[in-house]
Design a protein around this ligand. Structure first.
Ligand SMILES: Nc1nc2c(ncn2[C@@H]2O[C@H](COP(=O)(O)OP(=O)(O)OP(=O)(O)O)[C@@H](O)[C@H]2O)c(=O)[nH]1
Ligand SMILES: [Mg+2]
Length: 266
């Protein structure tokens, strides 16, 4: 979804922004692509929320297309998210109808390159991390993506170190917003002590963090083609209302796509 597309959303209530934070290759784009694909196919249903479309079609068709995920077939993966754009992340827009209150709710999920978060975790004001800060300043909810593959591979020590830094940065910046620790690639085994260390790093500064595990690899016939845990995480995110705390207004610049939304409503 590009800045021009955001015009479609103008005039509606400000969307809820879900910031997806995590290192490179952690499975962030795959997660968003899988939701998009499953919602488009009508393969997941969430109580009280009816999928009502997406304005980010062009870009996400490409991602979902590269997922090419069909029951019985091994999934293929989207390309690495590049950091060329620099300052603002890609955004997946999903709209849902609240069936009880009969109104539409818009959500924007950020899709940013992992490098941004790695830079921002080390230095909040890093020029290469400015896009991560963009997300942190605006998100209503933050999810921290922990990659089980990286945490069990040969560079698991540095993967753990990156996540610990990221968790600390988010704890310092969250200002009371909801946070979830999301384990991706839950089909990959990791050592229990590694799992404890990462969970501890998140819970240390954010004892109220929610926790989910997801995978696009099915664990049996019942989940063939729908992955594992994707529905639970999405259902949790969609039930979150805008936090009551007043966030300081984000620095508004002419180049900021969200500036188009104007005043927040809720
Ligand atoms: N086993 C397994 N591998 C996965 C799963 N989801 C993603 N992957 C793998 O993770 C790799 C990276 O996925 P992406 O979604 O591109 O990761 P990303 O976080 O968007 O990465 P950047 O854009 O580089 O920051 C893929 O190429 C796959 O190899 C999963 O559920 N299980
Ligand atoms: Mg990506």
């Amino acid at each position: 979804m590009g800045r021009a597309d955001l015009g479609f959303l103008a005039g509606r209530a400000r969307p809820i922004i879900i910031g997806v934070a995590g290192p490179q290759n952690a499975g962030k784009t795959t997660l968003l692509g899988a939701w998009y694909l499953l919602l488009g196919r009508g393969a997941i249903n969430i109580e009280g929320r009816q999928f009502a479309g997406s304005y980010s079609l062009a870009g996400w068709e490409a991602v979902a297309g590269s997922l090419r995920w069909n029951p019985g077939q091994p999934p293929t993966f989207p390309p690495h998210t590049t950091s060329r754009a620099g300052r603002a992340p890609g955004l997946l827009h999903l709209s849902f109808r609240d069936t009880q209150q009969a109104k539409e709710l818009d959500y924007l999920f950020t899709d940013a390159p992992g490098e941004w978060f790695q830079k921002w975790a080390v230095n909040r004001d890093s020029p290469e991390g400015v896009g991560a800060r963009w997300i942190s300043d605006r998100a209503d909810v933050l999810i921290i993506v922990a990659d089980r593959e990286a945490l069990s591979g040969e560079n698991m020590g540095s993967a753990r170190g990156s996540l610990q830094l990221l968790a600390r940065r988010i704890a310092a910046e969250r200002r009371g917003r909801p946070v979830a620790l999301v384990w991706t690639k839950s089909d990959v085994e990791i050592a229990p002590e590694m799992e404890r260390a990462v969970r501890g790093a998140v819970r240390d500064g954010m004892p109220d963090a929610a926790e989910f595990s997801v995978s696009i690899v099915s664990d049996g016939a019942a989940t063939a083609g729908t992955g594992v845990g994707l529905l639970d995480l999405l259902a949790w995110l969609l039930k979150i209302l805008r936090p009551c705390v007043e966030l300081p207004p984000p620095p508004a610049t002419r180049n900021d796509p969200l500036f188009l939304y104007g005043a927040r409503s809720s």
